[in-house]
Design a protein. Structure first.
Length: 422
């Protein structure tokens, strides 16, 4: 069955030459089985007649926030609640600015503000408008809002004669984009409640080991993998605490986040938060060593060479699994060589229930893998009650999607394990 079947979609149309493409988009949505209500901004009506959308959708087209007849039927709040998905194609710089700032001065922007449905925006505008500082500032604001998704704009020739970014994506790629999002939402729904009543503790990011007031030892972990796991665990209904090294990410909504700097601080914080935890996931790239002493003053350049004596940091994950044998423990292994062998060694030596192995380095396109990348691939080794080790590959995808796949696997393994108290 099509993922669009019976999905309730608001198709928002803003004023722009690309509005003619929304007619084809509507036709494809209807053909795929969606129920569509079209909401036009007042200026969109200058480009395509509402009657065209009405005929194709089989529903009256809405554009007036103060339409008494419509408000007596499906009012704007009801419309906002009705939607499973809002797709605005084309969306202009003006509507982007309003959505980014929470302005609700017409029916479409009001519905966006009043709806909890995910929002897909397919921008179309002049290339200079797209590049303008004000517009880019508004686009940046969407990055921290997990319910807003952008597709495009595409590059190419524009109606005004310019060439550059600003063309609305074609209807087919927009359909594929919507389909992917619907798939993700379906997976999120199937995951929701799976970890209800469970407490998860997750470590993420790097640790920083100070040498002196200006220098330190650290690594390239961005925290993206750990933060995505925290978000996916929260979506699955868990109570989530995240112990994070210094990263530039915002804590996922609903997750308690504790910031630390060094491995010793992370160790202390983890043990402070360990009460009643059901599952511990160690995604952090903890520095294995720290300087024996941190100098109080900046080290001066007086010698041709120098040696910094290092001492081993405590192994947080190994200590947690030794401290509480009833805890379900998941480790990560980041390796440049012999990935699977080293990962399985760690599963064994740290006495874990599961380990997620990821290769680090650069892929054939020169893109960073594992550390500080937006995508990742994991090989999971899970210890079964029988003692057998199973191997599962989670193929390369975004860290957000991968985190959901990983949480799904953890749910299955945890429920099968003798550590599950249910
Ligand atoms: O943060 P990103 O940029 O998104 O990158 C994600 C990641 C590559 C950092 C992540 O996917 C990952 O692999 N994290 C573990 C990296 C690592 O340092 O692995 P390790 O092989 O050194 O450690 C093995 C396990 O023991 C890890 O679960 C680690 O958290 C834990 N450990 C290690 C040392 C230590 N002193 N204490 C620990 O708890």
């Amino acid at each position: 069955m099509s993922l669009f079947q019976d999905k309730k979609i608001i198709l928002g149309v803003c004023g722009g030459v690309a509005a003619y493409k929304s007619v084809e988009l509507l036709r494809l949505l209807i053909k795929a089985g969606a129920q569509v209500q079209v909401v036009m901004t007042p200026s969109a009506e200058q480009f395509v007649a509402p009657m065209t959308f009405q005929a194709l959708s089989g529903n009256p087209v809405r554009s007036d926030l103060f339409d008494k007849a419509a408000e007596a039927g499906m009012g704007h709040i009801e419309l906002a609640r009705w939607a499973d998905l809002i797709l605005i194609a084309p969306v202009t710089a003006n509507t982007i600015a309003k959505i980014s700032r929470g302005i609700a001065d017409n029916l479409l922007t009001t519905v966006c503000l009043a709806s909890a449905a995910p929002l897909i925006l397919a921008p179309a505008m002049n290339q200079q408008m797209w590049r303008s500082e004000a517009n880019q500032d508004n686009i940046q604001r969407f990055k921290s809002r997990t319910s807003i998704h952008l597709i495009g704009p595409a590059m190419g020739e524009q109606a005004c004669g310019d060439n550059g970014p600003g063309r609305m994506e074609e209807p087919e790629p927009i359909m594929r984009f919507c389909e992917q999002l619907l798939q993700q939402l379906q997976e999120q729904q199937s995951l929701s409640e799976q970890l209800k009543g469970k407490k998860l503790l997750i470590t993420a990011g790097p640790t920083i080991e100070d040498i002196d007031p200006v220098r330190y030892i650290s690594n390239r972990s961005s925290g993206k993998m750990g933060y995505a796991i925290a978000q996916a665990a929260y979506e699955a209904g868990a109570e989530v605490s995240l112990i994070s090294g210094p990263v530039v990410l915002d804590a996922p909504e609903g997750v308690d986040c504790y910031k630390i700097r060094s491995a010793l601080q992370m160790h202390k914080r983890v043990f402070e938060q360990l009460d009643n935890v059901d599952i511990f996931i160690a995604t952090a790239a903890v520095a294995d060593y720290r300087p024996v002493a941190t100098k109080a003053q900046k080290i001066k350049k007086t010698q041709d060479s120098m040696t910094i004596e290092l001492v081993k940091n405590p192994d947080i994950l190994a200590d947690v699994s030794a401290h509480n044998k009833k805890l379900f423990t998941v480790g990560f292994a980041a390796e440049t060589t012999e990935l699977e062998k080293y990962a399985q060694d760690k599963l064994d030596s740290k006495n874990l229930d599961m380990i997620a192995a990821n290769r680090v380095g650069r892929d054939s396109n020169g893109q960073s893998m594992g550390f500080n990348s937006d995508t990742n691939e994991l090989i999971l080794f899970s210890k079964q009650q029988s003692g057998e080790i199973t191997r599962t590959v989670l193929p390369k995808t975004t860290k957000q999607q991968l985190a959901r796949e990983l949480i799904k696997e953890i749910v299955v393994q945890y429920k099968n394990s003798h550590k599950n108290k249910d």
